[in-house]
Write a protein of this length. Structure first.
Length: 84
């Protein structure tokens, strides 16, 4: 029977850095054009009014305004409403 633990690859494992995903702004918060609203993998939250989708499914604002989260037919959306 062995008296020492094996020193294989499992001990050298280093997990990768987190990708900082998630919601970056909250409801009723003021945002400016170009500001990132949500970073996500896949479109878990859809783009609503004045919001566009980046190529990595990031949602960002295209206008200055106030953020509002809505639900339509069971799907979540994020909108930016302008003050005018």
């Amino acid at each position: 029977m062995s008296t020492h633990k094996a020193a294989g690859k499992a001990r050298q494992h280093v997990s990768p850095a987190g990708k900082r995903l998630g919601v970056k702004v909250s409801a009723k918060q003021k945002v400016s054009a170009g500001e990132v609203l949500i970073r996500q993998r896949g479109t878990k939250v859809g783009a609503g009014k004045n919001v566009k989708v980046g190529r990595d499914h990031t949602l960002y604002s295209v206008a200055d305004g106030i953020v509002k989260f809505t639900t339509k037919l069971g799907k979540k959306f994020i909108n930016v409403f302008t003050s005018s």
